[in-house]
Design a protein around this ligand. Structure first.
Ligand SMILES: [Fe+2]
Ligand SMILES: [Fe+2]
Length: 160
């Protein structure tokens, strides 16, 4: 059986692809970090490592699905300034209904999406918050000096 069955089902979902395209259009001229599949997979892989390091047991399918969804509402933020963790959470609810996670797993996924910009997040949400930041290669970014991330947030060396 495909270890990433739900992740791949989500990726193939027509609504999901439509949202990805909307983000791509909004970010066409963006000079800073984009919110695309390479970012989502980078977050997924770092969160997988961090989960193992913490001795926790979340499936890769759950981690990758959360990563694919966490910024999916980014186009809504460009359109009407809704914080994208809220927009992503809203869009994720019906998408998760097409997958076969349990209610408890859906809650973990939705909480992590909603809290991925909250430094006070706990448990899986905290791993996810950290992985999202760590995914950005600030050390090789040509516009790093123009980015408004704090020095503490920026990854100025390779960590993961
Ligand atoms: Fe985000
Ligand atoms: Fe992100």
């Amino acid at each position: 059986m495909d270890q990433l069955q739900n992740t791949n089902l989500l990726y193939q979902n027509a609504d999901y692809q439509n949202y990805l395209n909307k983000i791509k259009k909004c970010e066409k001229q963006r000079r800073f970090c984009r919110h695309n599949i390479p970012h989502f997979l980078s977050v997924a892989r770092i969160a997988t490592i961090k989960t193992m390091e913490a001795g926790l047991n979340f499936s890769r399918d759950l981690i990758y699905t959360t990563a694919l969804l966490h910024d999916i509402g980014r186009f809504v933020q460009y359109q009407d300034k809704t914080p994208h963790e809220i927009a992503s959470h809203q869009l994720a609810i019906p998408l998760l209904e097409t997958l076969d996670f349990t209610d408890d797993e859906n809650k973990l996924i939705l909480d992590a999406i909603l809290n991925h910009r909250n430094p006070e997040a706990q448990g899986f949400s905290h791993i996810f918050y950290e992985s999202d930041k760590l995914s950005r290669a600030c050390f090789s970014c040509p516009v790093e000096h123009e980015c408004d991330w704090s020095k503490e947030k920026k990854n100025l060396t390779i960590v993961y």
